[in-house]
Design a protein around this ligand. Structure first.
Ligand SMILES: Cc1cc2nc3c(=O)[nH]c(=O)nc-3n(C[C@H](O)[C@H](O)[C@H](O)COP(=O)(O)O)c2cc1C
Length: 442
């Protein structure tokens, strides 16, 4: 393995086969008839691996609410563990990051699934830790617990999972045919966790996986979210539409990680970007228009209303949402505040808000040539606004092909991205070292 060049960005892609831009599946060539199938998502993954991206990333929601509102972007057609397991069999280097909620599962289950994926993929598993804001009605609850409680559970959930992954010492497997003992049981330890939410005896029932623990990714931007992310995560996903606030977020996050005794370089800050690429600026601008023309405005009204928890049925598309309809409540989340600023401070009309939300859901977006988009990305990277980007393909497969064929090579030519994988694990891709089992160190 060669060490990761610190001049190289981390580049992952948010795998939304229906396309990140809402309703882009209506475009010619979208392959929307193949959604939920393996072959289409494999083709996208192959493109990502050929471009040497660090990882593909699957989000997940555990309800059908958005589909029922006419939005199939975050559709849940691809349950992350199952699709990543299938993709593990057909890829070699690319990281496989999947979202699993801490609100609907038990740490013992999750620890086994992720360690299993790590074994099957030769060390390429990553877990995006989310607390979920929706879907509780599918799990015996009438409504979502408040965010602070959700994050308390998430924090304990991750603590238990980490203990389970460390419950086998690195050299617990002896494979000693002579003695008939496959493992050295002195090197496998119960965890005896007894906390507020979980009581878990342990140990886990499989050997330590190639990465020791899967790579942990997190996307909470609220106070408790950042607290959890800075304590445990190797990568942070975040919606940062503007450079200066992203520089501030980056500084704050790295300082929080350092204050917890962690090396700030081991926490990669990865904002999203949605590049709409053309050979000329005019061509890229045309694509922006074409994508916007596919948006179903009435569905958009319902979607924005649901995201902002407002009834927007009385508003004309050319009106602005009245400022007093918005709340200051931080519990509504960071994305809510981004839309509040767009509406109240920037004066976007309902139509503009719908288009904006449809395009990038609060993430940075840019239409331009590969050179211009790479200029912007390099400027953010050099300004310490980020350690890389989560690439949101505006439409699939064509929009992702443009990213892989034009944007990534531009970054490679300018020395900001790898041309060959450094090693075989996701930790190698991110430039992270192997975490020895805490048990092996005592
Ligand atoms: C790039 C990105 C991907 C996300 N993916 C998911 C997801 O798949 N499922 C989910 O429930 N939440 C997802 N979230 C939401 C976050 O987990 C988190 O709730 C949100 O960023 C707000 O932060 P907060 O919970 O600290 O307020 C994602 C957020 C970002 C920025």
């Amino acid at each position: 393995m060669t060490p990761k060049n610190p001049q190289h960005m981390v580049l992952t892609t948010f795998m939304l086969p229906a396309g990140y831009h809402k309703d882009s599946w209506r475009m010619d060539g979208s392959r929307s008839e193949e959604l939920a199938n393996l072959e289409f998502v494999y083709d996208l993954t192959k493109m990502a691996e050929d471009a040497k991206l660090d990882a593909i990333f699957f989000g997940d929601i555990v309800h059908a609410n958005t589909v029922m509102r006419g939005d199939i972007k975050m559709n849940g057609f691809y349950e992350p563990i199952s699709v990543l397991s299938a993709l593990a069999a057909r890829t070699k280097n690319i990281g496989l990051i999947g979202t699993v909620s801490t609100s609907f599962s038990e740490p013992y289950n999750l620890a086994r699934q992720m360690a299993g994926l790590d074994h099957m993929s030769g060390g390429r598993a990553g877990w995006n830790i989310v607390t979920s804001s929706d879907g509780f009605q599918n799990f015996g609850m009438d409504s979502a617990p408040d965010p602070v409680t959700r994050y308390r559970r998430a924090t304990e959930f991750v603590e238990v999972a980490n203990k389970l992954w460390d419950s086998w010492e690195d050299d617990a497997v002896t494979n000693d045919k002579e003695s008939a003992w496959y493992v050295d049981t002195d090197k496998i330890h119960p965890i005896n966790h007894d906390g507020e939410f979980f009581k878990v005896q342990g140990p886990i029932n499989m050997p330590r996986s190639p990465q020791g623990r899967p790579v942990l990714v997190q996307a909470g931007s609220s106070g408790p979210g950042m607290e959890l992310g800075s304590s445990v995560a190797d990568g942070i996903y975040t919606a940062q539409p503007l450079k200066e606030p992203s520089v501030e977020f980056y500084e704050k996050f790295k300082a929080m990680a350092a204050a917890k005794g962690r090396n700030p370089n081991d926490v990669k800050i990865i904002p999203g970007i949605l590049p709409i690429l053309g050979d000329t600026q005019a061509e890229a601008d045309e694509l922006v228009e074409e994508l916007a023309n596919h948006i179903h405005l009435e569905n958009g009204r319902v979607q924005v209303g649901a995201d902002l928890k407002m009834d927007l049925s009385s508003l004309d598309f050319n009106e602005k949402i009245p400022a007093e309809w918005f709340s200051d409540d931080p519990a509504l989340g960071s994305r809510y505040q981004i839309y509040r600023r767009k509406s109240v401070d920037q004066g976007m009309t309902l139509r503009e808000l719908i288009v904006d939300l449809a395009r990038s859901t609060g993430h940075q977006w840019m239409a331009g040539t590969a050179t211009a988009v790479a200029d912007r990305m390099i400027d953010w990277f050099d300004s310490k606004a980020c350690d890389g980007f989560n690439l949101n393909a505006p439409f699939n497969p064509g929009g992702f092909k443009l990213i892989c064929d034009k944007l990534v090579p531009e970054l490679q030519n300018r020395g900001y991205f790898r041309t060959e994988y450094e090693g075989t694990t996701l930790r190698d891709n991110f430039g992270l070292s192997y975490p020895s089992s805490i048990r092996s160190r005592v």
